[in-house]
Write a protein that binds this ligand. Sequence first.
Ligand code: NAD
Ligand code: LMR
Ligand code: MG
Length: 439
Amino acid sequence: MMERNIVRTLIVETPSKPGNLGKVTTAIGDLGGDIGEITTAKIGPFTTVRKISIQCESTDQLKQMIEAVKQLDNGIKVLSVSDDVLLAHEGGKIHMSSRLDIRSLADLRRVYTPGVADVCRVIQEQPDKARLYTSKGNTVAIVTDGTAVLGLGNIGAIAGMPVMEGKAALFDRFVGISGIPILLNTSDPDEVVETIKRISLSFGGILLEDIGSPHCFEIEERLKAELPIPVMHDDQHGTAVVTLAAVISACRAAEVELEQAVVGQVGLGAAGIAICRRFMAYGVKEVCGVDREPTALDRLVQYGGTALNSLEDLMQKCDIIVATTGVAGLIRPEWVRKGQVILALSNPNPEIEPEKALAAGAAFAADGRSVNNVLGFPGIFKAALNVGAKEITADMLTAASKAIARCTPLGELAPHPLDPKVHIEVIEAVERVALMDRK
Ligand SMILES: NC(=O)c1ccc[n+]([C@@H]2O[C@H](COP(=O)([O-])OP(=O)(O)OC[C@H]3O[C@@H](n4cnc5c(N)ncnc54)[C@H](O)[C@@H]3O)[C@@H](O)[C@H]2O)c1
Ligand SMILES: O=C(O)C[C@H](O)C(=O)O
Ligand SMILES: [Mg+2]
């Protein structure tokens, strides 16, 4: 299984002669290394130094590639190997900064004492004004208990912090929201709900992230009912929104009517159950599922889905397969039927690599890197905050799916996450529906 989890940068020196870079990249490619960016660090009269970013599946494979480059000899040298991902994380990925400059005493008096006291009094009289005079209206808590971090499982909240900081960085980058990671050292639903309620005054919304099933369902439902601000569990609804968008795009390209297709969901946890519900709400007639937990299957049946006995049965029966189990390589290529749509969405590694699914006959295939909730949650929250929505409704989620599908180039399953148009379209579509809901 090609997992491409190891990302490293090789600093390679070659004699300044045409063909040497080709020898290096061939040596890496022959051993299965996936080459990303190549930048030139130094061009001298005799030698050139380049940084070559590579992805591979294991440290053994990395060692073999380094050895192969060294063996090329002819003056070709590996000067060093750096772990850019760890380096980029040093000091964390986010930072709180002041929006106002403080250079003079007058600034200080305006930003802080005594000026600030007047603002406090205004808010004391009209608490709603906090949305105008503080950062509350543009700040979202990103809350985890660390029980289902990506597909890494229950690794604890502190180990999940890099993911939460990542979501905060995405909020800032794509829609200008301040995301504040909140790590909980409990996963007891009563304690989680109580803790979030007690800190909720600081925030315009609550994004629940990487909270495992089944406790995530109760936590989200209770918070939605008890808090006057938008609450959304990203792994449930952010994922479901983006999955539906991808399948709408696949059906458009294949000229297939989604409502008539049979959808099969592998893994009925947080993401899986929400995906099934989203397809049913969209009007898909038959949604089937498998899970190793009988209680997860019962949940699907309660919502109107069909529980199947085995993954092989599901692969045989369904036209569209979505997998969110966290288990890399779970789907065997020989189970893939010709013409199927396969979305193997587990991160960091999918249930089947898209290339393998396509080679086995799938019409469309994608993994969780491209069909990723980053396309949904930033715009959904920005829209909800912009219009002061008290909740994120099913109609707002459907609007987000359709907006993402509209931004998807024909023949592809998802737009590029760095395309600013996607986030703008999601914001506009969701705002329109939220404003209609308010009337
Ligand atoms: N691409 C995305 O945007 C996106 C979003 C959310 C989650 N995910 C991925 O989905 C995966 C699951 O996340 P989650 O939050 O739903 O976790 P979860 O723990 O709530 O759900 C996982 C489910 O899979 C089931 N499962 C595990 N192994 C199985 C097997 N061998 N056969 C059948 N069922 C099995 C579990 O019983 C559980 O019900 C993770 O890898 C996560 O990275 C991807
Ligand atoms: O974090 C991601 O990349 C997507 C998703 O929220 C996940 O848990 O895998
Ligand atoms: Mg997640």
